[in-house]
Design a protein around this ligand. Structure first.
Ligand SMILES: Cc1cc2nc3c(=O)[nH]c(=O)nc-3n(C[C@H](O)[C@H](O)[C@H](O)COP(=O)(O)OP(=O)(O)OC[C@H]3O[C@@H](n4cnc5c(N)ncnc54)[C@H](O)[C@@H]3O)c2cc1C
Length: 413
């Protein structure tokens, strides 16, 4: 590809932004490449934040995708700690918070998502922790040094991962869940119930049907403890309050520039926004998924990486539509949960392996077609599931529950 005059500017140095850099350079893109990120860190892995990084490892450098030298070698102009505040589409430039204007030929928005804030009084905002960045976890870790009782609001992936890690750190953990089960969007009810028991067995107290009504300073606690009143009227004294109630797509920049947004920046099959000079990828993006036949927004590393690769391919002159089977993972205690496909609308569920062994999968079918496989400590099933779902091959439900039957064999049938 001939170097373009102004080059590619990428806003957001998370999984999608970093992957775009890597794939462009690996694909031979020799033009100017600028990566802007509001976080002051070198681009880094987010998943360990609620897991290993919180539990063991306080060295941020271990989370970085690459050391600083990589960006020098690859001639990537890094603008860390700089926020993009406006896009001037007519002149093709991005304005940063220090007033600098970066001109682009192509712009990639990889702005991710932000933690949904808990609604509390203005005085208490700083007492509510979220789990999104290294700085967030460093603050939580510092607080955990001196508190024993922890309250988590939310029951999605991040909330339950945090609950697991805090428990492993010896803390007493209470979860306030708005709905009636954990990981309600990600898992079928039977798996939610199974996982809930894993948490309860380790002492996590999960209270369902509760939202937070009020957060106040606990006057009887001189160490800055809080009194959290939930919607049932119960008051909980807690040393640390963490809100993990979901994420909202970072669409502000795109929307202000007049790009089409609807719970995410709307992109086409090549991850182009409504302006053909501007692409978008990752948590911030809403797109039509050809396999699922509907619009959706996904918050996963796999989706961020896949969309970034699609953008790089398009910028390098190859038209590859983004149609990957969604997959996710979550680590809680010694459990590796891996989910391939989306289970919504399933009408048949097949157990493969004994849940009591803590090594099993559930296969979910709709009209005899395999639509998702959720595995616990069975990575082989997960890998086979991704291949089966991508190929549109459904192992017969009658056989799939038999552990002697190899799921991957269905591909050859
Ligand atoms: C604690 C935690 C645990 C997770 N665990 C898992 C997991 O186990 N498995 C999994 O698949 N996914 C997991 N995820 C989700 C996964 O990390 C995200 O889906 C992924 O990071 C999305 O990548 P992204 O590049 O779209 O956004 P991000 O990685 O969030 O990056 C967006 C970047 O954009 C920057 N930015 C935003 N706006 C601007 C602006 N205006 N100017 C400059 N910079 C800007 C931000 O600073 C940020 O660095 C986890 C997420 C978190 C927070």
């Amino acid at each position: 590809m001939a170097p373009l005059e102004r080059g590619v500017v990428i806003v957001g140095g998370g999984h999608a932004g970093y992957q775009c850099v890597e794939s462009l350079r690996r694909g031979g893109y020799a033009g100017r490449l600028t990566l802007v990120d509001a976080d002051g860190q070198l681009p880094y892995h987010k998943p360990p934040l609620s897991k290993d990084y919180l539990q063991h490892d306080a060295d941020p450098a271990r989370l970085h995708f690459r050391p600083a030298a990589f960006y020098d070698q690859e001639a990537v102009d890094l603008r860390l700690g700089r926020r993009a505040v406006a896009i001037e589409r007519r002149g093709r430039s991005v304005v940063l918070d220090d007033g600098e204007s970066l001109r682009y030929d192509q712009l990639v928005l990889a702005t991710g998502s932000r933690a949904r804030p808990l609604s509390v009084s203005r005085e208490r905002v700083a007492d509510v922790h979220v789990i999104k960045t290294i700085a967030d976890i460093d603050r939580i870790r510092a607080r955990l040094q001196s508190v024993h009782d922890v309250t988590v609001v939310g029951s999605g992936f991040t909330a339950m991962e945090f609950a697991a890690t805090a428990t492993l750190l010896g803390k007493s953990v209470r979860v306030l869940a708005r709905g009636q089960r954990v990981l309600a969007q990600a898992l079928p009810a039977c798996l939610s119930a199974w996982l809930l028991e894993e948490h309860r067995r380790r002492g996590v107290q999960v209270l369902f049907g509760r939202t937070v009504e009020r957060v106040e300073l606990d006057e009887s606690d001189t160490t800055g403890g809080l009194r959290v009143t939930d919607s049932s009227g119960a008051a909980h004294r807690t040393g640390l309050l963490v809100a993990a109630i979901g994420a909202e797509p970072e669409t502000g920049l795109a929307a202000a520039a007049g790009l089409e947004c609807e719970d995410g920046i709307v992109v086409d099959a090549y991850c182009r926004t409504s302006d053909p000079a501007i692409y978008a990828a990752g948590d911030a993006v809403r797109f039509f998924h050809p396999l699922l036949q509907r619009q959706l927004r996904l918050e996963s590393v796999q989706n961020a990486l896949g969309q970034a690769k699609t953008i790089a391919a398009h910028l390098l002159g190859r038209s590859e539509v983004y149609d990957a089977v969604p997959w996710f993972w979550s680590d809680q205690y010694d459990l590796k949960l891996q989910m391939a496909g989306l289970h919504e609308g399933f009408d048949r569920l097949v157990w493969r392996g004994d849940p009591a062994s803590r090594r099993f999968s559930v296969l979910l079918y709709r009209k005899s077609r395999l639509i998702a496989v959720h595995s616990v400590n069975r990575p082989g099933d997960h890998m086979a599931a991704r291949k089966l779902l991508a190929a549109g091959v459904s192992p017969p439900a009658e056989q799939a529950g038999d552990e002697r039957y190899r799921l991957a064999d269905a591909l050859a049938a």
